[in-house]
Design a protein around this ligand. Structure first.
Ligand code: DSN
Length: 404
């Protein structure tokens, strides 16, 4: 039996992915092996519990797979303990809060409109409903205001200080934040979802060196299946995390996804992954620098993403820029900029990232051409037909999704 309508949509999506330039900073293209494990017979098995302590029989192979995932991820990030069961990054954050906090406890984090994440205390997220959240801020150059963070921490006395962001293009001074957390007796948590691949490749500082607990997704720069993980060097914390994960907040683990996570950790341990991440950083910087030559406002970058102020540069909101670029086969997302005056559904800019397109083989000269296509089209120097033909020309050079 087969729903041909459904499989038709699947082919449409393959075609869309192959025929567009993917610049959404949180996306990537997983390998055949990762995709094989995601779609494998491991989805058939219930395995509530943890390796060696399951609530179902027949878990010997599942135990080997989950133990392998833990072995590989702890090696990759130089961590003592890991929980590989969180279904997503938001689930990982929920589990981490549940493990360390009581409802009503105080969290100090960066707000969504300055580069944080919904699950870091946004008013529309569970996190603000169950916890008392206040925010620290960025300074005028778009970097964390560490002095402001310290002042806020001393005044607010949070139980947990959270760093790690979804639209922050700069390195983070974990040491400084840890010192502040120690000063006020708070846990220090890092959500490294966006930069996990860069940390794995040792192209960015490892937050595990300072943080009590680190959460992440596995599908962004890490290039694995869609899912979450939690890491710590503290034995008491991992015990609390595992209890929070199951039975408190999740049921049966997705062992097909855990198998795919293990494969992605294995791939990230290979020296070729470091080369890939170096290219991601190089392409991002090249593209951001190219924009700087042509228009006023981009954030600059020290990682895999940067922000472009389309309203000031081209007189179009982030929402309109996203839609215009989609028409020519370039996929980006509208994004709030620091101190944005537009609503989250409109925004003044877009976020551009190079993790996905670099997986397809994009090189420096392609990053330059991408900047020029976007600039020429948004500034109306070229029409849609020319823009589409330049995008198509570029795509011809890239690997097909099914070959990755
Ligand atoms: N939605 C992700 C992002 O795009 O950054 C974060 O979860």
């Amino acid at each position: 039996m087969r729903d041909n309508k459904l499989f038709g949509f699947l082919s449409d999506e393959l075609e869309r992915q192959n025929n567009s330039i993917e610049l959404i900073a949180s996306e990537n293209f997983a390998s055949k092996e990762v995709r094989e494990l995601c779609g494998s017979i491991l989805t058939n098995k219930y395995a509530e519990g943890f390796p060696g302590k399951r609530y179902y029989g027949g878990c010997e192979n599942i135990d080997n797979i989950e133990s392998r995932a833990i072995e590989l991820v702890t090696k990759l990030f130089d961590a003592k303990y890991a929980c590989v069961q969180p279904h997503s990054g938001t689930q990982a954050n929920m589990i981490a809060y549940y493990a360390l906090l009581d409802t009503g406890d105080k969290i100090l984090s960066l707000s969504l409109d300055e580069g944080g994440h919904l699950s870091h205390g946004s008013k529309v997220s569970f996190s603000s409903k169950y916890y008392n959240v206040e925010f620290y801020h960025l300074n005028d150059s778009g970097r964390i205001d560490y002095e402001g963070l310290k002042a806020k921490a001393l005044e607010f006395k949070p139980k947990l200080i959270l760093a790690g962001f979804s639209a922050y293009p700069f390195e983070i001074d974990y040491k400084k934040i840890k010192e502040i957390a120690t000063l006020v007796g708070a846990y220090f948590m890092v959500d490294m979802a966006h930069i996990a691949g860069l940390v794995a490749a040792k192209e960015l500082d490892n937050p595990l060196r300072y943080a009590d607990i680190v959460t992440s997704t596995t599908h962004k720069t890490l290039r694995g299946p869609r899912g979450g993980i939690i890491l710590t060097n503290n034995e008491e914390i991992i015990k609390k995390v595992n209890k929070a994960c199951f039975p408190a907040l999740q049921g049966g683990p997705l062992e097909n996804i855990i198998g795919a996570k293990a494969e992605c950790f294995f791939e990230a341990l290979d020296p070729s992954f470091k080369e890939y991440i170096k290219h991601v950083k190089e392409n991002t910087l090249t593209c951001a620098n190219e924009f700087s030559k042509m228009c006023d406002i981009n954030s600059g970058t020290e990682n895999h993403l940067f922000l472009l102020n389309t309203k000031l540069s081209y007189g179009v909101t982030g929402k309109d820029a996203q839609e215009l670029l989609e028409e020519i086969g370039i996929t980006v997302n509208k994004n709030m900029l620091p101190h944005d005056s537009e609503k989250p559904s409109v925004t003044s800019g877009i976020r551009i990232g190079f993790a996905a397109i670099t997986t397809r083989g994009a090189a420096k000269e392609d990053a330059i051409e991408i900047a020029h296509i976007i600039h020429d089209y948004l500034s109306k120097q070229i029409d849609k037909t020319i823009a589409i033909s330049r995008v198509k020309n570029l795509i011809k050079k890239f690997k097909k999704i099914e070959e990755i």
